[in-house]
Structures are given as C-alpha cells and as structure tokens.
Write a protein that binds this ligand. Structure first.
Ligand code: NDP
Length: 319
C-alpha cells in the first residue's frame, strides 16, 4: 500500500498554489498534481492571459504565465512537492484516507485530506477567428482585460448575468458596448437586465450571433461580423474588443457523484469555509466560485482551504 500523505492538492492555478504555500508552511508536506488537461500547460486560466494588471503587488503589470511561474516557485521554495501529472480518478468516499490515481500508469496516491482546485474554463463560441484573436482583442474576462479598451467601442456576447455584469463594468470604461444575444430576451435576472437596458452606453442586439471576428490577418480586432438569426443578414460592427460571456464550465467531472455540487456543476462549500460535503475534502478557487472568479479571490480561498485542512487534520489526531 502506498504511503498516506497528509494532503494532496489537485490543480495548479492561484488557488492550488496558495493552498500549497500555506500547507507547506504548516509542515503538512503537501503533494500537488499540476495537470496538463488545458492546452497541455499546467497553471490554470492565467496561462492564457497576457497582461495581469489587477493582481495586487504588481504595480507595473505582469504576464499571466510569469505570475504563475512565481506562484509555482514559491510553492516549491516553501517545501511543496509538485508533480506534473493529470489526475485520472479520485475516490473521495467519506472516511479518509482518500485515493487519487494519476498519469499514464494510473499510479495510486493516498492522503488524509484533499484540496480540490481544478478551476473552471470559459466557454467559447468555437469559431476559428475567435481562437486566432484570443488575447489580441478577444477575451472572456471583462474585469481582467476591460481596461485595455478605455474609450473604445467593444462588443460582448451573452445573455446571462455574467454578460450583464460585464456589460455594466465595460460601460464604465469603454465608449460604447454592443451587447449581442442569440435570442429575443435575456436569460439574466430582471434587476440586471433593467440596469443594462437603462444604460445609454449599452446597445443590445438580439437574435444575432458572431459570424466572424475581424481581422485575423492584422492580428487584432477591428470589427465583428454579426449574423441576424432571423433574416440571415450579415453586418459588420466596428469594435476593437470582443468579450465572450456565455458561461463557464467548472472542472468537476472527476467529482460527479462523490461530492455535492450546485445545479450549475460547481462544488458546494459550506458558506465562509472551503469545506465540501465530505469531511476532509476541501475546495477552493473557481471550481467552487461562480460569482467572483478572480485570481486574487482564488488565492484567498486557496489559503482558506489549507488552513481548513490543517485544522481538520489536527482534529483527527495531528499530522
Ligand atoms: P449562463 O449560463 O447563465 O448564461 C449564458 C448565456 O450565454 C445565455 O444567455 C446563453 O444563451 C448564452 N450562450 C450560451 N452558449 C452560447 C453560444 N454558443 N453562443 C451564443 N450565446 C451563448 O452563464 P453566466 O456565466 O451568465 O452565469 C452562470 C451562473 O452564475 C448563473 O447561475 C448566474 O445567475 C450566476 N451569476 C451570478 C452573478 C451574480 O449573482 N452577481 C454574476 C454572474 C453570474 P441562452 O440564454 O439562449 O441560453
């Protein structure tokens, strides 16, 4: 039987690494699995973010990959063990130790506590020009990238609360915001819709879909071709930024049936804590957060998870 570790951390974004730093400093000798599921690079959503200007402590901005390299170095310097392996399967049946299987050979690891920090992924429209211009005017996070489009014309796609919230946020920064939705009415809550519709800077466009983002040849966004889904008419709208806000998918496939999840698939945690429905299993970062979704809030909940795990282990007879 394999050695039983104190704590295994699954996921290597800001939440996972902050959990690792705190757990290592509490002498828990944490083992982190940094997966390669997303585009073959560990480190989470910041690995596909160019400039980060809202992470406190970096007054002159930092790139997403540089920030994640710093997080990772800090975890290792504090004594965390980081293994680059995808987790294939977990057994989180109540009653520790828990089991995690990783890598091509499905190697088994056991731990008395587990911290889940597998994050979430933005949903994309999945058209070629969108992918080609990601990070060059196409973004899935207004709070992260809105400031690059100060006093410019931008477009946002989506009809849920995120799209409304991002449209309001962008309206405070940009010249105009064209809000494109594929149906006749928004899905968002009435309050959010009312706020958006009363905002003179936001122009809603219904029954429409993005046909193409211009201009791939130039390597920057100069406009968007919109297709009216009722008439099939295509019109070009001049914008310098396109924000896709059509939802996120939490990376919870591994945990379905083992932990309580919200209806939207995110892990349920007890309010004000990182505790999941299984004692000894903690969740942090975007895998349990569909409201804030920021690197700094992910880091904050990673810290909470390490402290909760440390206290839980202490209550089980120390470590
Ligand atoms: P939602 O799933 O609620 O909305 C997604 C929107 O994107 C829908 O309007 C949907 O259209 C549209 N959409 C989906 N796929 C496509 C596509 N391929 N092309 C074009 N449009 C598409 O996601 P949100 O991120 O907005 O919200 C997720 C959850 O988080 C919700 O429960 C929401 O209430 C909550 N939330 C709460 C906030 C708050 O309380 N402050 C803030 C933000 C989110 P359609 O309507 O036709 O399906």
């Amino acid at each position: 039987m394999s050695e039983v570790r104190n704590v295994i951390i699954i996921g290597s974004g800001p939440a996972g690494h902050t959990a690792a730093i705190y757990a290592a400093r509490a002498n828990l000798k944490p083992l982190m699995f940094e997966g390669m599921v997303r585009g073959g690079v560990p480190g989470g959503q910041l690995m596909i973010t160019n400039d980060v200007e809202n992470y406190p402590g970096f007054p002159h901005k930092i790139t997403g990959p540089d920030l994640m390299t710093a997080f990772r170095d800090q975890s290792i310097n504090q004594g965390a063990e980081v293994q680059t392996e995808d987790v294939n399967k977990v057994d989180l049946s109540p009653g520790s130790p828990f089991t995690v299987w990783v890598g091509d050979d499905n190697v088994e690891y056991k731990a008395r506590a587990v911290i889940l920090a597998t994050g979430a992924q933005a949903k994309w429209l999945n058209i070629e020009s969108e992918h080609a211009l990601k990070g060059r005017g196409v973004s899935a996070c207004a709070v992260c990238d809105g400031a690059f489009f100060r006093n410019q014309d931008v477009m946002i796609v989506g009809g849920g609360d995120t799209a409304m919230e991002e449209a309001m946020y962008l309206s405070g920064i940009c010249k105009t915001v064209t809000l494109v939705h594929r149906r006749e009415s928004f899905r968002a809550s009435k309050t959010m819709q009312d706020r958006v519709l009363a905002n003179p800077k936001i122009k809603p466009v219904y029954n429409s879909a993005v046909d193409e983002v211009l201009d791939v040849a130039k390597g920057e966004v100069t406009g968007v071709k919109l297709k009216n889904l009722l008439t099939n008419e295509v019109t070009a709208v001049a914008v310098t930024g396109l924000f896709v806000a059509i939802g996120h998918t939490p990376n919870t496939d591994l945990f379905v049936g083992q932990l309580e999840l919200h209806d939207n698939g995110y892990i349920k945690t007890q309010p004000g804590t990182s505790r999941t429905s299984v004692p000894g299993v903690f969740a942090s970062g975007d895998v349990q957060d569909f409201v804030y979704r920021q690197a700094v809030t992910a880091a904050g909940t990673g810290c909470m998870a390490a402290l909760d795990a440390e206290r839980w282990l202490a209550g089980q007879g120390g470590h």
